[in-house]
Design a protein around this ligand. Structure first.
Ligand code: NAP
Ligand code: 3JN
Length: 340
């Protein structure tokens, strides 16, 4: 991208959970924003959002809104991305897309800056941001590739904020409701029906596919392989929703092609980009969602040997799904672009 003092930025989905986190992240990073355009559906047109103490009016998304924009940060779902990304590119913007719309397209880089920053330079107008569960998984796995990654078994514990602002509001209402069976229904495009989230654990994130895995589980498989450039990596996922507001957790078993000690894994992860090792069980120091919430790091702990297999190590991986899992990763990509 051509070097400038300031870059014009459009945020599509600005009124949503991820969009708002993007604005906060741009502000926190002092990103050199010139003109800022906040876009959403026509429902939000005229609504006001604040950026660097200034009020901005939200506009309904349309092609002309991308004219003159250098960077367009998208978080309005896959359908809106399919519609607007080609239009934004046509108007000259580079799109950093948080949806699944283009992630597996061969000519679209899927980027986690700590893992494959080189891929960003190969873009043809669109760069995809991976799924939140995938991002924190690959941040923790990438430093271990040199040990010969063979098979990753991962169970997620995903916060409800992964389903958007309406899901957060619904969890709050359910938690306050005295009827233990009460379910607050909210519209989620991907979920035809859902159960009460408060005081519950649901082995479903996104819709089920013909192979009995959920779409979220298959994102973990396919996106991890693409980012790590390991097309044959075996990944066995289970994605689970828990009544946590911010922060996805993952119990991960990694099997290597040779014997690897837990201590080797701990040493390799210490100081790895974007990773914070928190692993002192005797003092109850291990990662948990409240530790990660509001931060951009990926926390790894409970690193221990598989009792039955000297090729395998277990660990617990936690990150803020709206920051490292979405907004911060997207802004990191934008920072890569402007660094040239
Ligand atoms: P959300 O809180 O429900 O917000 C959705 C946003 O998209 C709102 O600003 C909404 O505008 C806007 N929108 C919806 N349909 C639109 C349309 N047709 N045209 C223009 N704007 C439209 O959801 P969220 O949690 O922020 O997530 C939004 C999307 O980001 C998800 O669908 C997903 O694709 C992606 N996401 C990715 C990750 C990740 O893993 N990297 C994590 C979470 C989300 P209104 O307010 O006007 O309705
Ligand atoms: O459920 C979660 O915790 C993460 C959800 C991500 C999500 C939600 C709706 C649509 C996505 C995504 O990023 O994969 C999508 C989508 O774009 O398909």
């Amino acid at each position: 991208m051509q070097k400038k003092d300031r870059y014009n930025v459009a945020v599509l989905g600005a009124t949503g959970a991820v969009g708002r986190a993007m604005l906060e992240t741009l502000e926190r990073r002092s990103f050199p924003v010139g003109e800022l355009r906040l876009l959403a559906s026509p429902r939000s047109a005229g609504q006001t959002l604040t950026f660097r103490g200034e009020a901005y009016s939200v506009q309904a998304a349309e092609e002309a809104a991308f004219e003159g924009m250098d960077i367009a940060l998208f978080s309005a779902g896959a359908a809106a991305s399919q519609t607007f990304a080609p239009l934004a590119v046509r108007r000259g913007a580079v799109v950093i897309d948080n949806s699944s719309a283009f992630r597996m397209h061969e000519d679209v880089p899927l980027v986690v800056p700590e893992v494959n920053p080189h891929a960003a330079a190969l873009h043809r107008g669109i760069i995809a941001n991976p799924n939140c569960s995938t991002i924190q998984l690959v941040v923790a796995l990438a430093p271990l590739v040199e040990f010969g990654l063979e098979h990753v078994t991962v169970s997620t514990y995903q916060a409800v904020s992964g389903m958007g602002q309406k899901a957060i509001d619904a969890l709050m209402l359910e938690t306050e409701n005295r009827d233990p069976q009460h379910t607050t229904l909210f519209p989620v495009a991907s979920q035809a029906e859902h159960h009460r989230m408060a005081f519950n654990v649901l082995p479903q994130c996104d819709v089920f596919l013909d192979n009995d895995y959920t779409k979220e589980e298959m994102k973990l498989v396919n996106e991890s392989r693409k980012i790590l450039e390991l097309p044959d990596l075996r990944v066995s996922p289970t994605a689970v929703r828990v009544p946590v507001v911010y922060g996805h957790s993952e119990a991960v078993r990694v099997r290597f092609s040779r014997p690897v000690r837990a201590e080797e894994v701990r040493e390799r992860l210490q100081g790895a980009p974007g990773v914070v090792v928190v692993d002192d069980p005797a003092s109850a120091r291990y990662p948990h969602p409240l530790m990660a919430a509001g931060t951009g790091e990926t926390y790894v702990g409970r690193i221990r040997q598989d009792l039955g297999d000297d090729h395998a190590v277990l660990m617990f991986v936690v990150a803020d799904n709206l920051l490292k899992g979405a907004a911060w990763n997207a802004v990191q990509i934008a920072e890569l672009l402007i660094q040239g």
